[in-house]
Design a binder for this molecule. Structure first.
Ligand SMILES: [Zn+2]
Length: 674
């Protein structure tokens, strides 16, 4: 008997007959014989999807065998189907290249990423979720849910309670293991309110590990903080607030001569300031440690354990370097296309190459799926505004005429005639006329910093505005009016519970209203973006950013196509080879697809989920239909309308770009398949 193909995922490809042949044969027989269990048999053969009750399998298989031996010219090897149910799933390595733009990848800039994309699945219509920030997208990658369900709407959020490990700050930047622990403690033990892929894999008995950038790494198995079950290694390993190493793993590190404390970023960690350029080197040394831990210890141990494994490797490069690079201080060109940024892309590429080579040496390359994602794209920072009152004051650390960090908070406090306090400076009063601005772009606005009327959480290419008091409905139109007057704004999204405000779209249109536990922002403010002159504007976009970094450095967070176009590719036994997937795909789909490949049934609370990227799978179906849509708000008094371009597959929505006409890259040009 001859059979073969992909048995590992519970499906079968049978020599001599395509899947479609078998569907036809099986269908014809059952139509002829009147037996109604066709669907179940197709499922048990892996031809269709779903679960077959165990009690049916044997009976079905026997009857089916007889049919095919009698009637099919393709009748070879069919019985392989039922045993295939018992096969173990393949291993999965999820490699996240933080901030890797989709279209920057080619054979020269990133040969390994390009090779995986070209030999495996090229997700040519990929999407980060908006706001295009790391923690929200890390939650999506980990759980398969949009942030309306998981709750980290930004890297900096208003938590609604003083976070102990942030010194009591209510607007912490949550890329921090201790703060994630505090959030878990406060929000029912799991602040994401959804089970993650790694947690489900761990519970199913698979080997699990998450290695790399602090913050998104601890999110991957957000409730397992002992280090004993899922291996966690990040920037905080061996440091205060870090997640511990299990004793056996720590001993293995020592035996291999690797430190128990993760190295710092060294020179790569120098952001510079308004007068001093930032770093000129990629994050080589720190990431070499993460690669060594992965290739010398974890993968050999996983192989020896003999169980399926799931490993997440989160490369801080190119993100960290693109933020801090000193190639372009004060200038929009080259911005994030300078030599230091390119070196950081190559660094991430080298890390992937080292992991792939180790898989090959261990003989795991044939049984391991590699999925590569980026949490978001990237842009160069602009600090220009002709309308902002904040840009007219002078500050010691901001070039004259430029926007200071915290410009939204400063402008809102002035427009509302309220006081501004800095949550990152023990709620000290901020007086812009005296040359003061919020330290980290966040602000508490009102008469009492312990009960502010308005809270601004600065996030780079977009800001979150919270209205936590009972006057929220009165304040919302006033805040919107103030923001509509500023040239740096490009699109406003308002919490549905505050009513429809002309010029804005509801938060629900971007999937930010779901079952999340953390406070929901009243208004999400997207900032203006523009091309700086290149063939593909999304590769040389500048975006106004509310952040401590300088003009000419890098950021993300906006709703422009430069920030939503993330790199995505996959290769391995479960994925099609040399396949260009033109359907929209997103980071929420990553979580869903990998759960499917790993055959994990993950319970869910919220409904804002991605889809299984079925068309990209070896035995997947034909591409589904895509609908392109544009949502446009009612005009504000000054005529501005928030426009949202999106694509829909089934019930899943993908956000291409949003903003005011002429103020967001990709808003006027994104078409189907881009
Ligand atoms: Zn970043």
């Amino acid at each position: 008997m001859i059979f073969g193909g992909d048995l590992g995922n519970g499906r079968v490809a049978i020599f001599g007959c395509s899947i479609r042949d078998w569907e036809g044969i099986v269908g014809a027989f059952f139509r002829f014989s009147g037996i109604k269990a066709e669907k179940e048999i197709l499922i048990s053969l892996g031809v269709a999807r779903g679960d077959v009750p165990t009690r049916h399998k044997g009976r079905i298989a026997v009857r089916f065998l007889g049919v095919l031996l009698a009637g099919s010219v393709c009748a070879v090897a069919l019985l392989a189907a039922v045993p295939a149910q018992a096969q173990t799933p393949h291993n999965v390595i999820l490699f996240v290249a933080d901030g890797l733009r989709r279209d920057i990848v080619n054979a020269k800039t990133a040969p390994t990423f390009a090779l995986v994309r070209d030999r495996g699945v090229n997700f040519a219509n990929s999407h980060a979720l908006v706001p295009t920030l790391t923690m929200p997208n890390a939650a999506a990658i980990a759980s398969g849910h949009y942030m309306g369900d998981t709750g980290p709407y930004g890297n900096t959020i208003y938590t609604g309670f003083p976070v102990p490990s942030a010194g009591g700050n209510v607007t912490p930047m949550i890329e921090n293991d201790a703060m994630i622990g505090d959030l878990d403690d406060h929000f029912s033990g799991n602040y994401l309110n959804e089970e993650t892929l790694l947690a489900a894999a761990r519970k199913a008995g698979y080997s699990t590990a998450a290695i790399g950038k602090v913050g998104p790494i601890a999110v991957q198995d957000v409730t397992e903080r002992t280090g004993e079950q899922t291996i966690i290694v990040d920037d905080s390993t061996g440091r205060n607030g870090g997640i511990p190493l299990g004793p056996a793993f720590a001993a293995a590190l020592q035996e291999a001569g690797l430190q128990l404390q993760a190295p710092t970023r060294g020179h790569n960690g120098k952001a510079g300031d308004a007068k001093t350029p930032g770093t000129k080197v990629a994050n080589i040394d720190q990431q070499r440690y993460f690669v060594d831990v992965t290739t010398k210890i974890i993968l050999p141990r996983f192989k020896a354990a003999g169980k399926p494994f799931v490993l997440v490797f989160w490369s801080r490069d190119p993100d960290g370097t693109q933020h801090y690079q000193g190639d372009s201080l004060g200038q929009l060109v080259p911005g994030i296309n300078g030599p230091t940024s390119m070196a950081s892309i190559k660094n991430a590429d080298d890390n992937l190459a080292a992991i792939l080579e180790t898989l090959r040496l261990l003989g795991l390359d044939g049984t391991t799926d590699i999925f590569i994602a980026a949490d978001h794209g990237f842009s160069t920072i602009s600090k220009e505004s002709k309308t902002s009152p904040s840009a007219r004051a002078s500050y010691g650390d901001v070039p004259s005429g430029q926007l200071p960090p915290g410009f939204v908070a400063i402008d809102l406090a002035q427009a509302l005639d309220l006081l501004l306090y800095d949550p990152d400076a023990k709620a000290a009063l901020v007086d812009p006329k005296a040359g003061q601005h919020p330290n980290r772009a966040n602000g508490l606005i009102g008469h009492d910093p312990s009960a502010p009327d308005v809270i601004v959480a600065g996030n780079g290419g977009s800001d979150l505005v919270y209205l936590p008091q009972t006057n929220a409905k009165d304040l919302a139109p006033k805040v919107v009016e103030a923001l509509l007057a500023q040239d740096y704004v490009s699109g406003l999204f308002v919490d549905n519970s505050l009513g429809f405000i002309p010029g804005t779209l509801p938060l629900s249109t971007i999937n930010l209203k779901g079952s999340a536990l953390t406070p929901v922002p009243a208004i999400v403010v997207n900032f203006r973006s523009f091309g700086t002159g290149c063939a593909k504007p999304a590769l040389c976009t500048a975006v106004v950013a509310d952040q401590i970094f300088q003009q000419g450095q890098g950021t993300h967070g906006s709703f422009s196509r430069a920030d939503t176009a993330n790199f995505m590719a996959a290769i391995g036994p479960d994925f099609r080879a040399r396949y260009i997937d033109r359907l929209p795909a997103s980071n929420a789909d990553v979580g869903k697809t990998l759960a499917y490949v790993l055959r994990l049934e993950i319970p869910r609370k919220g409904e804002l989920v991605g889809r299984v990227l079925d068309e990209s799978l070896k035995n997947g179906g034909k591409p589904a239909k895509v609908k392109s849509q544009t949502q446009i708000s009612k005009p504000a008094d000054n005529g501005l309308k928030t426009v949202l371009k999106l694509q829909v597959v089934g019930k899943t929505t993908y956000f291409d770009a949003a903003g005011f006409a002429g103020r967001s890259v990709g808003l006027d040009t994104v078409a189907k398949g881009q």
